[in-house]
Design a protein around this ligand. Sequence first.
Ligand code: PEP
Length: 246
Amino acid sequence: MRKKILAANWKMNLSAIEAQEWLTQFKSGVSDRHPVEFRLYAPHVFIQQLSADEEMHVGAQNVHPADFGAFTGEIAIPQVKSVGAQSVLIGHSERRTYFQESDSFLKEKVDACCAHLFPFIFCCGEDLQTREMGNHLSFIQKQLETAIFQLNPQEVFLMTIAYEPIWAIGTGLTATTNQINEVHAFIRSILTKEFGENGANVSILYGGSVNEGNAQGIFSCPDVDGGLIGGASLNVFDFLELASSF
Ligand code: PEP
């Protein structure tokens, strides 16, 4: 069963006080009429305080594949789990670009998530040059093949995919609904071919400058099961507004 998910990715923003205020305002603004699962991918230092609210799904923005060790500045899955994280983002384009995370390193992270039965959102998506050359589908296929094709049918349940064209992240440019439909249908066909019914039921989110003006068009695409939201998630009212677009 494909779940509808609306996930906030705060990136490296907000203070502890602002984070708490966001959550308080979110709790008073959210209602049962929002037919989605909300998730909050917060900076690691806020995970414990935010996950004290048991109704909120709080996740980490990144983890290291090792369980422990000499990796100064990194954080392990058992550590984020121990403070209440319920899932993690793997392969966000900012990790790939600024921290040189390769598909094979991301595979290690995926394997670590599976070893810990820790749900993850695997992010994929092409850069502008790849899109302009018309190679976006094969590019995405390779990202998926390298990092997630090793999953067994049970592990597929841990996975959500986020399609995030790099050229649309934080740029104000949004993919058209035709472009989004094409890629989401393609990803679903790959997952179905590789993992059968379990693959067909994986939720596929779109991310890339989603805002209140374009959300309704994007969320009504047949293979879009929700969104991963950066900029528009920092203001809680903007974020809640997006939930009304489903
Ligand atoms: C993101 O960070 O995953 C993202 C989609 O950012 P934005 O919504 O700001 O483009």
